[in-house]
Design a protein around this ligand. Structure first.
Ligand code: KG4
Ligand code: ZN
Length: 339
């Protein structure tokens, strides 16, 4: 096998949380990326119910797989096996094992965050500067907020992370307090467009720690704001102030990391990377430091199987694969961590 990517067509599966997704890839080219979202169902309960999520994956997995595969011959399967909701992960992992058995092709288990990191490669062509050069990656999702120094596929150093809530969780919890439903990030962003980001003072969290994050104070501050303002609360201004607090906290630490750990490339990935205000601010911060800013198209920010395919493809091309003992794990550190 030559080159950084697996040489044959590859099927990828992602079911770690509330999206059932399957993708077909050839090298770094995403042929199809099918995503069936459960958000409407979880919206009714105001958040994810793990048992309901697993059952919804069971219903969705076959139609999603059939749509992604078509009648294509594939050479391997990449599947998210960690971290995530175990019941949800098991649906994807079991489907991958069954298909691998029937077609007699290898599978590779992929760490969800490694998928987000390499979502950067979607439709990038064969050579991507971040495959040859170290870069800084900010991973911001509903479950994680990690600032990672990426040296090469499979070699990472965590520079900073959240000590409590993730950035996406902060958007989601505040959205619930503002009566905006689940998930909250997109709803907050839309409302914030007509709001004043400086109207309400909200905490930035861990201001004196240059690299770690804390977002749990924001939820409490928004709760106090809702209670103290009552009917007079301007939801647009509250949404804009919340978004500004999150973007500001992230941007400050990213800039410190750029100045201290490498300035060549910065990537922004994960569901919260779909936020335009965050994309604009980090792009500005990057350019101010002579850094190239990279972020995937919106479609590849929130959970999708294409990114799992890319991360899996890089590992398969190195000759790695998993056996049928592949397990679904709720918690697991990013693989290939160095101190
Ligand atoms: O990566 P992802 O799809 O799932 C996890 O791995 O958690 O991220 C989902 C998170 C949710 O918290 C959601 O509110 C947030 O991404 N999100 C956004 C936006 N779109 C999704 N947050 C802010 N602005 C957005 N436009
Ligand atoms: Zn994710």
């Amino acid at each position: 096998m030559k080159g950084p990517y697996f040489s044959e067509p590859l099927l990828a599966i992602e079911t770690s949380c509330d999206e059932t997704s399957a993708a077909l890839l050839e090298g770094s080219t995403v042929i199809r990326n099918v995503v069936m979202s459960q958000v409407e169902m979880h919206n009714k309960w105001g958040g994810i119910v793990p048992e309901a999520a697993a059952r919804a994956h069971v219903e969705a997995i076959l139609p999603v797989l059939i749509e992604a595969l078509g009648n294509k011959e594939i050479g391997a399967i990449a599947v998210t096996n960690r971290p995530g909701l175990v019941g949800a992960l098991s649906v994807g992992v079991t489907a991958a094992k069954a298909l691998s058995l029937v077609r007699e092709i290898p599978i590779i288990g992929v760490h969800h965050l490694e998928g987000h990191i390499w979502s950067l490669l979607t439709n990038s062509g064969k050579s991507h500067p971040c495959l040859e050069n170290p870069h800084l990656s900010l991973i911001v999702s509903g479950g994680h907020t990690e600032l990672v120094h990426v040296f090469e596929p499979g070699k990472y150093r965590i520079l900073g992370e959240t000590l409590d809530d993730a950035a996406g969780e902060a958007f989601d919890k505040a959205a619930r307090l503002l009566g905006l439903g689940y998930p909250g990030g997109k709803a907050i962003e839309e409302l914030a467009q007509n709001g004043d980001p400086h109207r309400y003072k909200l905490p930035r969290g861990l201001a004196r720690d240059p690299l770690n994050f804390s977002f749990s104070g924001l939820k409490t501050a928004v709760l106090r704001l809702v209670e103290s303002e009552g009917e007079s609360l301007c939801k647009e201004d509250a949404a804009a102030s919340l978004q500004e607090a999150i973007v500001d906290a992230l941007a400050k630490k990213v800039e410190f990391a750029l100045q201290n750990f490498g300035r060549k490339y910065l990537s922004l990935v994960g569901g919260v990377a779909a936020n335009r205000s965050l994309r604009e601010r980090l792009s500005f911060v990057a350019h101010r430091n002579g850094t190239e800013f990279l972020t995937p198209d919106f479609e590849f920010c929130t959970d999708n199987a294409a990114m799992i395919g890319l991360a899996g493809s890089l590992r398969l091309a190195k000759g790695e694969y998993s056996g049928f003992e592949l397990e679904s794990m709720p918690n697991s550190p990013l693989p290939g961590l160095i101190d």
